[in-house]
Write a protein that binds this ligand. Structure first.
Ligand code: ADP
Ligand code: MG
Length: 589
């Protein structure tokens, strides 16, 4: 049965995700940074290195990164215009980007998802369901299947994204002849599909899309507006990234300040943005999506009142104005019960579970009423099992020592929704002994496992000796009165902003404390060019000032700036170390 695992994959234009049915339930799997959604970005280094996801995007300033490769899948030269990177013609008549076929680039993304799944599941993964837009033609589907094979996956099924979404929302329970609309507004594309249930499976009645309409356009529009307000001529990548951040905040709040500290070395840009301004900028794009909706309904011959459900998919449907517009056009409240940017991957996972029979074994079980985690550096709560996770479940993470020579680590098992450990409830604590090591060198794995009876078992392992410490915590993890749960959750909402600010500050402070001594050391070396020295000093001073002032966002910005201005020096040091190593080798024969 161990060969039975099959993953579900949403291979998106801007973001991708992978999931698996575990103990009868579909779950998405998070990477080492705890994120379930990874950017569909790939960086190819000069020495043959490949980096995928956030790590690839961080390279954006040094080298070109391939993004939106999905737009090239199964396409021929001339079919794709205004792609951000140069395209070449391949010998087989297809396209090439960064010297590779689109399916090879997609394969690198799939390989990363496979790696995350194998790491989380602690087993080899060989089979997958991969989703594609309903409007993908045969060549595009074949290219997607090929990408899966190149990544070492047997592609059990290519599934339409709207069908996957319908599965995630549980619409397969609706019954024969029911009709649903899936409105998918992602990062680079928009589409609307009308599905109808026939013989227990959804058929696509009609689909209309716009492959040049997505959240990226909204980022650009907002970035351009902010640039105009600030009197800046050209919009660069920092403008677009900050615009995306502001856009996301405006889905929650009525206003937010667009900020680029030290934009050109000294001047800082600050533009207050009201939600209403963003909405008026977004309006033309939203209207275009609504026109697609009308066309798709006309194509399928359905009226809004014929629909049994309308579901929202894609990160951009978190925008309140988008939800409003869909509600007006479709004449009904959209179903908001799933995370819009996770629904497709979740549906692919359910399909994989159905194919292997893992879903049928499903039994209704309890969920964890509150999040469970442990305290980490700086007094932060580190959640291992989020609230509402179905039990049985398990999750683990690697931790390290905060000071050199430390011989043990106090594990405090916490329950609650607050960002700071002290605001949560302590379920128990125990000491884990480990071998003394340099700061940050000890490796202690902590695993939480909740069995079907709600018993929480915490296991801590010193990976260098393999020695385990196991502690059982009975009942408390699952048995909490509704009243207490309600109180904790409402408190966490009440304190959300302060809590978040404190977390941001603590994280930035830890980073600053690591960075500052390293920067001092580097400044004393000759790898630093004279013209860099002043800039680095200034950035380091700014970090110290922000630390003293004790404010979260300025500190975070200052730390980012310092990171950025030292990037070139760091790269040079690595290069030099490599050269030296090489010389030693050659010299030593
Ligand atoms: P795709 O399927 O196209 O790869 P997603 O469904 O993950 O992409 O959607 C990504 C888009 O959603 C991005 O443009 C991102 O900025 C946007 N997005 C994510 N969260 C929010 C939010 N809270 N508010 C507005 N837009 C958001
Ligand atoms: Mg998508």
């Amino acid at each position: 049965m161990s060969d039975d695992v099959m993953v579900g994959i949403d291979l998106g234009t801007t973001h991708s995700a992978v999931g698996v049915v575990d103990s009868g339930f579909p779950i998405l799997l998070a990477d080492e940074e705890g994120r379930r959604i990874i950017p569909s970005a790939v960086w190819y280094g000069p020495g043959g290195e490949v980096e995928v996801g956030r790590k690839a995007l961080r390279r954006r300033t040094v080298a070109p990164v391939v993004t939106s490769v999905k737009r090239l899948m199964g396409r021929r030269p001339g079919e794709v215009t205004d792609f951000p990177l140069p395209l070449e013609k391949a010998a087989d008549g297809g396209l090439r980007v960064a010297g590779r076929k689109p399916e090879e680039v997609s394969a690198d993304i799939l390989r990363e998802l496979k790696r995350i799944a194998e790491w989380r599941m602690e087993r080899e993964i060989r089979r997958a369901v991969i989703t594609v837009p309903a409007y993908f033609n045969d060549a595009q589907r074949v290219a997607t299947r090929r990408a899966g094979e190149l990544a070492g996956l047997e592609v059990a099924r290519i599934l339409n994204e709207p069908t996957a979404a319908a599965l995630a929302f549980g619409l397969d329970k609706l019954g024969e002849k029911s009709r649903v609309a899936v409105y998918d507004f992602g990062g680079g594309t928009f589409d609307l599909s009308i599905l109808e249930m026939q013989d227990g499976v959804f058929q696509v009645l009609s689909t209309r899309g716009d492959t040049r309409l997505g959240g990226d356009d909204l980022d650009l529009a907002l970035a351009a507006w902010c640039a105009r307000e600030a009197g800046v001529e050209e919009v660069d990548v920092r403008f677009i990234e900050e615009a995306e951040r502001v856009k996301k905040v405006l889905s929650e709040k009525d206003s937010e300040v667009f900020r680029l500290p030290f934009y050109d070395g000294h001047r800082s840009i600050e533009v207050p943005v009201e939600r209403a301004v963003f909405e008026s900028l977004a309006e033309p794009w939203i209207s275009r999506s609504i026109r697609c909706c009308r066309q798709a309904m006309a194509d399928a011959g359905v009226e809004p009142e014929d629909l049994d459900a309308v579901v929202l998919v894609g990160g951009s449907t978190r925008i309140p104005a988008v939800r409003e517009a869909v509600k007006r056009a479709m004449g009904r409240e959209p179903d908001l019960s799933q995370h819009p940017d996770e629904a497709v991957a979740l549906g692919a996972t359910i399909q994989a579970g159905i194919l292997t029979g893992a879903m049928r074994k499903m039994v209704l079980l309890d969920v964890t009423p509150l999040s469970l985690g442990i305290e980490t550096f700086g007094g932060l709560m580190n959640v291992l099992i989020p609230r509402n996770t179905t039990i049985p479940c398990k999750a683990g993470e690697m931790f390290t020592n905060a000071t050199a020579g430390q011989r043990s680590m106090l594990i405090r098992v916490l329950q609650g929704e607050r960002e700071m450990a002290r605001d949560n409830w302590q379920l128990g604590n125990f000491d884990v002994p480990f071998e003394a090591a340099e700061k940050g060198r000890a490796r202690v794995g902590v695993q939480f496992r909740i069995d079907a009876d709600g018993v929480l078992e915490v296991l801590a392992r010193d990976t260098s000796t393999g020695q385990d410490t196991v502690v059982q915590i009975r009942a408390a993890a699952v048995d909490v009165s509704d009243e207490k749960v309600e109180k904790m959750v409402s408190e966490s909402v009440e304190h959300a902003f302060d809590d978040m600010a404190e977390r941001v500050f603590t994280e930035a402070r830890l980073k600053a404390e690591e960075l500052l001594p390293a920067v001092e050391q580097v400044l004393a070396m000759d790898v630093v060019l004279e013209e860099e020295r002043g800039e680095i000093r200034q950035a380091a001073d700014e970090v110290r000032r922000a630390l003293e002032a004790g404010q979260a966002n300025p500190l975070k910005a200052a730390v980012q700036k310092l990171d950025q201005v030292t990037e070139a020096v760091a790269a040079r040091m690595v290069e030099r170390a490599m050269e030296e190593a090489l010389e030693r080798r050659l010299g030593g024969g």
